[in-house]
Write a protein that binds this ligand. Structure first.
Ligand SMILES: [Zn+2]
Ligand SMILES: [Zn+2]
Length: 327
């Protein structure tokens, strides 16, 4: 089994790279040791390999279950929340996340979740053929072992500082990538643990999901503007490596989404299209089901934003298929 790459940034933040699937390759867990124990931020997806990685990392760092004071989650995605319940079973520690994030975890994997049928139904309505839509239920069910057990959680009050590693961090709530997503800002140093709200090199996925945020792209862009008010010296993201060009990255992401919206409008100038038609024009079809799902959810998020801005409109044909055209 692999020893995960561990980087001590010598400022109270230890980065542990926990393996995950292509194309992200790893998720960053951050360990913040403090006088009252270690805080683990985003422990990564639960897989047998990752359990081994954690055992090796703890041995290397001289950490036992009793040293883990708490686990803090930026958001509910399996690559961040996954190991939290498993680590809680061993340590008995408290797991913190936002209440909104917890509701999203329940929507995705809670006992009454119907997402494995609602998402394919949404996609079929937007023109996704059966060869793709038919794969989704099994694909979504495949995440359940990665998030089992879902931890017992305490809710973070976004209006109050959270103590981690002997420092007081300000929770910053931004939606769009995930409803209720929290970043944690330490004003004295300008450190920001930003989860997937802002990533270097990668544009964080913005997904329209049934039963979730109905305007995710607007939420995401508002979140970027909110984060722009911070003075960030180093951002510690959920994927790739810590980076210092935070404000530049915010600008690039805002521009990227405006360009994507303009491109979608140009496609609809040529002819009306379904969501799936737009998705294929933008992303192609050489994608696995995982990437296709993200591409489709992101296409629908952009179409919704153009509708909100009054640039395009949608109508439903007989048989329930939705089309988009210029307004
Ligand atoms: Zn995420
Ligand atoms: Zn992630």
């Amino acid at each position: 089994m692999n020893m995960p790459e561990i980087t001590d940034h010598l400022n109270g933040i230890i980065q542990v790279k926990i393996t995950m699937s292509f194309p992200l390759r790893w998720v960053n867990s951050y360990l913040l040791p403090g006088p009252d124990g270690v805080t683990i931020v985003d422990p990564g997806p639960r897989t047998p390999g990752n359990e081994e990685e954690w055992k090796k990392a703890f041995a290397e760092l001289g950490i036992g279950p009793a040293d883990i004071r708490q686990i803090v989650l930026t958001h509910h995605h399996p690559d961040h929340l996954g190991c939290a319940g498993w680590l809680q079973e061993q340590s008995g520690c408290r797991v913190w996340m936002s209440e909104r994030s917890y509701r999203e975890a329940q929507l995705m994997w809670g006992p009454g979740s119907t997402m494995n049928r609602d998402l394919p139904a949404l996609f079929r309505g937007h023109g996704m053929p059966e060869e793709w839509a038919g794969q989704l239920e099994a694909h979504l069910n495949g995440f359940i072992p990665q998030v089992t057990p879902i931890p017992e959680v305490a809710f973070i009050d976004a209006n109050r500082p959270l103590a981690m590693g002997g420092r007081r961090w300000l929770p910053m709530e931004t939606a769009g990538h995930a409803p209720g997503h929290l970043s944690f800002y330490h004003p004295e140093t300008g450190h920001l643990l930003c989860g997937d709200a802002v990533l270097p090199q990668i544009s964080p996925n913005v997904s329209l999901m049934p039963g979730s945020d109905p305007e995710p792209l607007q939420s995401f862009m508002r979140g970027l503007l909110k984060l722009k008010t911070l003075e960030v010296s180093t951002a510690y993201p959920g994927h790739r490596n810590p980076f210092t060009h935070f404000e530049e990255r915010l600008e690039a992401l805002l521009l990227h989404h405006e360009e994507r919206l303009a491109k979608m409008e140009r496609l609809l100038e040529e002819a009306p299209a379904t969501g799936f038609g737009l998705c294929v024009s933008l992303f192609g079809t050489k994608l696995g089901i995982h990437q296709m799902r993200f591409a489709m959810c992101e296409t629908l998020a952009h179409a919704r934003e153009l509708e909100r801005r009054g640039r395009i409109e949608s109508w439903t044909c007989e048989g329930g298929r939705v089309y988009f055209r210029l307004a």
